[in-house]
Design a protein around this ligand. Structure first.
Ligand code: ATP
Ligand code: MG
Length: 574
C-alpha cells in the first residue's frame, strides 16, 4: 500500500476564517482546503473531502447491502412526461430545475427519483412473486433552494442516496421500512454521529409512517423535543404538544382591570402567576376569509406549519382587520366574542376547566372563565409548537429540547406514485393492484457537514476514524536526512499494514505542520524527530483527546492498528 505525500496534496488551506461562513462545518471545510465554492449552493469537493465522502458512501452501501437493497444508477435528467404523470411537474414549484432540449422537449434535473424508479419497474415487476424489491442509487441531486446556505448543509447540487421499495402488501412495506430504519440508525452511528430518529409526521394517518434521522447540533435547522425516559423524539413542527396547563382559580367569572398590559409576560407579572395559567388569543383569517381567534396556552406559540394544516393559507389579522372584526388587541378571549368571529382552541387546553382570558374589552381580562358556562369552542385544533418542558405523549416524562440536522428520512409512500403512474402487479388472488412503495433518502454531503459540526474544536476538525480522509498523519520534523528517512519508513510500514497514511514531508516549520495537522483533523499524528529517534521512539498524538505518548518505533504499527482498526466501525449502533 502507498501513503500520500503532503507536498503533493491539493489541500489549499486558508489562514483566516472565511467571512461568508457562519457554521463551524462550513468554515472548517473551507479553511482545511477540503471544499471550494463554485456558485451559490454549488461546491467542489477537493481530495480530502472526497475521501471522506467515499467513506460515508461506503458505510451507506454496506448497510444497504446488508438488507438486500441493491445499488444501481439512473440518469440525473428526468423526462417532464413522468412528472406530468405523477402530477408533480406543477406541484414541485420553483425548486425543480427545468430546461428544454434542442427539440423543445422538457426535462428536469432530478431532485429525487420516485417517478424514475416507478417508471423503471412498472413494466417488469408484474407479479407478487417478484416482490418485494428495494433499489437505491448514490447520485447528485438538484434543488433550486430558496436559500442555499451553510456550505454543504443546504446546496443546490448535493449528493444523496435515494432508495425505493416495492411491495405487494402493507406488511411487506412495513418490513422494508423497518429494515431501512435499522440501516439508517447504524449508518449514523458508524459515521460517528449522535443522531435521533424523530417522528416526522404528526401520525394523523395513524402509526409510524415517516422518520427523520437528526444529527444533534446547535447549528441544526430543525427544532426537536425528545424524551430521555422512553426514547420518544419529534420535530417540534410535527409533534402534538402535551403540556401542563394551569387552571385559573375555579370561581365565579370575574372581570378584572388590567391596564397597560400588552403581552402575556406583562399579564403574568401583573397578576403574579405563571404564564401557563394564562390563555393567549391569536386572531387570524383562514383561507376561506373566515375570521378566527385561536386560544392557546399562554406559554406556547402557534406553529406556522401546523396552523396551515388546519386553516390553509391563513394570515394573522392586521390592525385594520382586528378593528373590522371588533377585536381588541391584547384583550381578546372566547367570552363575548364579536358577531361573526369563530373560536378555536388548541387540544392542549381540552381538559382545562377554568381559563384566564382577555375580556374583548380594552383594559380588562376575565378570570375563571369556564367552558360550557361562559363560552364555547367552535373547533379544537392542534397548532402549538411543542417545546422543552412539555410532557412526553408516550410516558409523561418531561421532554428535553435540542436542535438537529436532518441527515436522512424514511417514508412510507403507499400507492401515491404507483396509482398515479399505473404501476400495478398481479396479486395471488389474480387481481391487479398498485405497488406499495417506500422511499428512503440520505444526504451524503450533508452528513459530511454534520460530522464536522459534531466533531471539531478551536483548532480544527476532529474526524472520527470511520470517515477520516486519512487515519494517520506522519509528521517529519526534518525534510531530509536521517529523520526524514525514518519518517518515510514509518509511513511505509503503516501503509503496508493497511492504514490510510499521509506523510507531511514539506519544508515547513514544525509549528505550521502541527497547526495544519490539527486543522485537517486526522485522528492520529505520529511525530518523528531527532530526539525521539535516539531512543527509538515516536511521539503519538490522539487528535480527539489531545493526549501525547511515546511509542517505540518497532511497536508503532501494531499499537496504532489496535487503535484504528476497531474504530473503523464507528460508534456501535445502540
Ligand atoms: P430539508 O427539509 O432539509 O430541505 P428535505 O426533507 O426536503 O430536506 P428529503 O427530500 O427528505 O429532504 O431528502 C433526503 C435527504 O437529502 C435529506 O434528509 C437531507 O439529508 C438531504 N438534503 C435535502 N436537501 C438538501 C440540500 N439542499 N442540500 C444538501 N442535502 C440535502
Ligand atoms: Mg426530509
Amino acid at each position: 500500500m502507498n501513503y500520500m505525500r503532503m507536498s503533493r496534496l491539493y489541500a489549499p488551506t486558508l489562514k483566516e476564517d472565511p467571512t461568508e461562513a457562519e457554521l463551524a462545518s462550513h468554515r472548517l471545510l473551507l479553511r482545511a482546503g477540503m471544499i471550494r465554492k463554485e456558485a451559490a449552493g454549488l461546491y467542489a469537493y477537493l481530495p480530502l473531502a472526497w475521501r471522506s465522502i467515499r467513506k460515508i458512501e461506503n458505510i451507506c452501501r454496506e448497510e444497504q447491502e446488508a438488507i438486500n437493497s441493491q445499488e444501481m444508477m439512473t440518469p440525473i435528467l428526468t423526462d417532464a412526461e413522468l412528472w406530468h404523470q405523477s402530477g408533480r411537474w406543477d406541484a414541485y414549484g420553483p425548486e425543480l430545475m427545468r430546461f428544454s432540449d434542442r427539440h423543445d422537449r422538457e426535462f428536469a434535473l432530478g431532485p429525487t427519483h420516485e417517478e424514475t424508479f416507478t417508471d423503471l419497474v412498472r413494466s417488469e415487476l408484474r407479479s407478487y412473486k417478484q416482490l418485494p424489491v428495494t433499489l437505491y442509487q448514490i447520485q447528485d441531486k438538484f434543488r433550486d433552494e430558496l436559500r442555499p446556505r451553510f456550505g454543504l448543509m443546504r446546496g443546490r447540487e448535493f449528493i444523496m442516496k435515494d432508495g425505493y421499495s416495492f411491495s405487494a402488501t402493507q406488511e411487506s412495506l412495513q418490513e422494508c421500512y423497518d429494515e431501512q430504519k435499522n440501516a439508517y440508525a447504524r449508518f449514523c452511528a458508524r459515521c460517528g454521529l449522535r443522531a435521533l430518529p424523530v417522528a416526522a409526521d404528526s401520525g394523523q394517518i395513524g402509526g409510524d409512517t415517516s422518520v427523520e434521522y437528526m444529527a444533534l447540533a446547535d447549528a441544526g435547522e430543525a427544532a426537536l423535543v425528545y424524551c430521555d425516559e422512553c426514547g420518544f423524539a419529534a420535530d417540534t413542527e410535527a409533534a402534538t404538544a402535551h403540556c401542563e396547563v394551569i387552571d385559573d382559580a375555579v370561581a365565579e367569572l370575574t372581570r378584572i382591570e388590567t391596564p397597560d398590559i400588552s403581552s402575556i409576560a406583562d399579564l403574568a407579572t401583573f397578576l403574579g402567576i405563571p404564564e401557563a395559567q394564562t390563555r393567549k388569543a391569536i386572531a387570524l383569517i383562514d383561507s376561506d376569509g373566515k375570521p378566527w381567534i385561536v386560544m392557546v396556552p399562554g406559554d406556547h406559540e402557534i406553529n406556522d406549519v401546523k396552523t396551515s394544516h388546519v386553516f390553509g393559507e391563513y394570515h394573522l389579522m392586521t390592525d385594520e382587520e382586528l378593528e373590522l372584526a371588533g377585536l381588541q388587541k391584547g384583550f381578546m378571549g372566547p367570552v363575548n366574542v364579536p358577531e361573526g368571529v369563530f373560536v378555536a382552541a388548541d387540544i392542549a387546553l381540552k381538559n382545562s376547566a377554568s381559563w384566564l382570558v382577555g375580556a374583548n374589552e380594552t383594559g380588562y381580562h376575565l378570570r375563571s372563565a369556564q367552558l360550557g358556562r361562559d363560552f364555547e369552542i367552535n373547533q379544537w385544533v392542534d397548532v402549538i409548537t411543542a417545546k422543552a418542558g412539555d410532557t412526553c405523549p408516550n410516558c409523561g416524562h418531561v421532554l428535553s429540547g435540542a436542535r438537529g440536522i436532518e441527515c436522512g428520512q424514511v417514508f412510507q409512500l403507499g400507492t401515491k406514485y404507483s396509482e398515479a403512474m399505473g404501476a400495478t402487479f398481479t396479486d395471488a388472488d389474480g387481481k391487479e393492484k398498485p405497488l406499495i412503495m417506500g422511499c428512503y433518502g440520505i444526504g451524503i454531503s450533508r452528513t459530511l457537514a454534520a460530522v464536522v459540526e459534531q466533531h471539531h474544536d478551536e483548532a480544527g476538525i476532529v474526524w472520527p476514524v470511520s470517515v477520516a480522509p486519512y487515519e494517520v498523519e506522519v509528521v517529519s520534523l526534518d525534510a531530509k536526512g536521517e529523520v526524514f528517512e525514518a519518517a518515510e519508513n514509518v509511513a511505509t510500514k503503516l501503509a503496508d499494514a493497511g492504514l490510510d497514511v499521509l506523510l507531511d514531508d514539506r519544508k515547513e516549520r514544525p509549528g505550521v505542520k502541527f497547526a495544519e495537522a490539527d486543522l485537517m483533523g486526522f485522528p492520529w499524528q505520529v511525530v518523528i524527530g531527532k530526539r525521539g529517534l535516539k531512543t527509538g521512539m515516536a511521539e503519538v498524538k490522539c487528535r480527539a483527546t489531545g493526549k501525547r505518548q511515546d511509542i517505540a518505533l518497532d511497536e508503532l504499527v501494531v499499537w496504532l492498528g489496535e487503535q484504528i482498526v476497531p474504530a473503523r466501525m464507528g460508534l456501535l449502533a445502540k
